[in-house]
Ligand binder design. Structure first.
Ligand code: PMP
Length: 468
C-alpha cells in the first residue's frame, strides 16, 4: 500500500482550496489587509508618510552563502499580509512561527481527501492515515537523531511532554529528599510540572542560578549536583534570554551522579540542528507550532530503556491491548503514552513542516540567523535607552529588551501600529526576568524568514518612539 502523497492530495478535490467557494469562509474576510477585508481603520503609529530606515547601512548585511531568507519567505503566505496598513513584520516567532503553504496545503489535503482515525485496520483509509501518522513519527525521530521511531511519543506540545515525564517517570522515580535541578531561565512549563510532582512526592525543586550575562552558572550547577539529584531540567535555548546552555556537558555531568536530564527544546529546534543521541539527553521535548507546524502537536523523545519502564499517565483507547473488568493489558510504548485519538492532522502538518524546514541547509540557516542577530544587536544599539537582556556566549536570535521611558506593553502597542509584531510581558519565564529585577519586557524573536530590512523597520519605529 502506498501512503497518499500529501503534496498532491487534495488537488482537484472540491473544497480543499482553503475556504474558496464556501460562504463565510473566504480567508481574510474582516481581516484588514487580506483579500475580502474591510479597509483598515486602525490609527497609524505616526503621521509620517513611510517608515524610514535609520543608518545601519554601514552594518554588514547578514547573507552568508547557502541560505537566503527569500527562499523561505516566498513559501509563507501570511508574511505577505498587511497589519494596520503596513506590511507585516513578524518578530514573535518565539511565541509561534508562521506556516509555509506546504503545511497549510497538507492540512487541507488531509481533511479533504484522507481523513480517518488510525490504528484500526478496518478499511483502506484507516490504514492510510495510520501510515501517515507513523511516517510522521519516523520523520520526528530522524529530525531529532533518535535511534528509532519508537522513541517518539506524540503530545500536544512541550508543556504536555514535560507534564507527561513528571507524571509518569517522576511519580515512579521521585521520593522524599530527592532533588530536581531546574535552571532559573526555564519557561514556566519546565518549572511548574516539577513543582507539582515534587509536592506530591516530597522531592525538592532546586533552581540553578544564572550568571549576570544570563548563562547558567556552571560552577553553581556542579556544586548543586549530588547523589540526591534525580533529574536536571534545562532548556536547549531560552525563550527570553536567548541563552543556549552547554547541554551536552551539563548532561554528561548529571549522568555522573546517576541523574536523568530533560531538555526543553521548544526554542531550539527551529534554530539549529539537534541530535538527542549526541547530547545523550534522556528526554527531549518540543512543540510543532514553534517549528512551522500546526498548534496542538509536539513530540517527546525518551531513551528507549527509560521509555520501556514508563507507566501510563492517562488511560483510554489506543494505549491498551485488551480491556476486561478483571484485567486490562496494555499496548507497548510509545502507544502506551498516547491515550485517545491523537492529533492526526497535526502529525500530517508536522511531517510537512519537517519536510519543508529540512529542505534548507540547516547549518546555513543557523549561520544566517546568527548573522541576523548580530545585525539586530548592532542596530538596536542605535536606539536611545534600549537595553537588551542577556549576553550569554551562545545564543539564538531572541532579543528581549527594555526601553527607557516606556512600559513593554506600550512598546509592543506602538510597534503593532507599524505592523510589527513583538511580544511584551513576562514571557512565561518570571524567574529569568526577576534575575534582572524585571517583571516585564518586550521581545523580538527572529526566524529564518526574517530579513535585515525587517530589523531596520523595527529599529526605525523604536527610534521614532524615542524621538531620535
Ligand atoms: N518551553 C519554552 C522554552 C518555550 O518557549 C515554550 C513556549 N513559549 C514552552 C516551553 C511551552 O510550549 P507550548 O506552549 O507549545 O507547550
Amino acid at each position: 500500500m502506498t501512503i497518499p502523497d500529501l503534496t498532491t492530495l487534495g488537488r482537484g478535490v472540491p473544497g480543499t482550496t482553503l475556504g474558496a467557494g464556501v460562504p463565510g469562509t473566504t480567508l481574510g474576510a474582516g481581516v484588514p489587509g487580506l483579500p475580502g477585508a474591510a479597509p483598515a481603520d486602525m490609527p497609524r503609529a505616526d503621521a509620517a508618510p513611510a517608515v524610514t530606515t535609520p543608518a545601519p547601512a554601514a552594518l554588514p548585511q547578514p547573507q552568508p552563502p547557502g541560505f537566503s531568507p527569500e527562499a523561505a519567505r516566498q513559501d509563507v503566505p501570511i508574511l505577505h499580509r498587511t497589519v494596520n496598513g503596513h506590511p507585516l513584520v513578524w518578530l514573535d516567532n518565539g511565541a509561534t512561527t508562521q506556516k509555509p503553504r506546504q503545511v497549510i496545503e497538507a492540512l487541507g489535503a488531509f481533511y479533504g481527501a484522507a481523513n480517518s482515525n488510525i490504528h484500526r485496520g478496518a478499511h483502506t483509509m484507516a490504514r492510510e492515515a495510520t501510515q501517515m501518522y507513523e511516517a510522521g513519527r519516523a520523520a520526528v525521530a530522524g529530525f531529532l537523531g533518535a535511534g528509532s521511531p519508537d522513541d517518539i511519543v506524540f503530545v500536544r506540545g512541550t508543556t504536555e511532554a514535560i507534564n507527561l515525564v513528571a507524571q509518569s517517570w517522576g511519580r515512579a522515580n521521585l521520593g522524599p529528599g530527592d532533588d530536581i535541578l531546574v535552571a532559573t531561565l526555564e519557561h514556566h512549563s519546565d518549572i511548574v510540572p516539577w513543582q507539582l510532582i515534587a509536592k506530591e512526592t516530597r522531592a525538592r525543586v532546586v533552581p540553578i542560578p544564572l550568571t549576570p550575562e544570563g548563562a547558567i552558572d556552571q560552577d553553581a550547577y556542579a556544586d548543586l549536583l549530588s547523589s540526591r539529584t534525580q533529574l536536571v531540567a534545562v532548556s536547549h535555548a531560552s525563550n527570553v534570554l536567548g541563552t543556549v546552555p552547554p547541554v551536552k556537558e551539563m548532561t554528561a555531568l548529571a549522568h555522573r551522579y546517576g541523574a536523568k536530564v530533560l531538555v526543553d527544546g521548544a526554542q531550539a529546534v527551529a534554530h539549529f540542528p539537534v541530535d538527542v543521541q549526541d547530547l545523550d539527553a534522556d528526554f527531549y521535548a518540543f512543540s510543532g507550532h514553534k517549528l512551522f507546524a500546526p498548534t496542538g502537536i509536539g513530540a517527546l523523545y525518551a531513551k528507549p530503556e527509560i521509555l520501556q519502564g514508563m507507566r501510563p499517565w492517562q488511560g483510554g483507547g489506543n494505549m491498551i491491548d485488551s480491556v476486561d473488568f478483571t484485567r486490562t493489558t496494555f499496548a507497548p510504548v510509545p502507544h502506551l503514552l498516547e491515550a485517545g485519538t491523537g492529533h492526526i492532522a497535526g502529525v500530517v502538518g508536522l511531517l510537512a513542516a519537517l519536510n519543508w524546514f529540512t529542505s534548507f541547509d540547516r547549518d546555513a540557516v543557523a549561520a544566517y540567523e546568527t548573522a541576523l542577530m548580530t545585525y539586530a544587536q548592532q542596530a538596536l544599539a542605535t536606539v536611545p535607552g534600549l537595553e537588551v537582556l542577556g549576553a550569554a556566549p551562545e545564543r539564538i536570535a531572541v532579543l528581549t529588551f527594555t526601553l527607557a521611558g516606556h512600559d513593554p506593553a506600550g512598546v509592543a502597542d506602538w510597534l503593532d501600529r507599524d505592523g510589527i509584531a513583538v511580544r511584551a510581558g513576562h514571557h512565561c519565564a518570571q524567574p529569568a526576568l526577576a534575575h534582572y529585577g524585571l517583571e516585564s519586557a518586550a521581545r523580538a524573536s527572529l526566524a529564518l524568514y526574517n530579513t535585515s530590512e525587517e530589523v531596520d523597520l523595527l529599529v526605525a519605529s523604536l527610534r521614532r518612539l524615542q524621538g531620535a
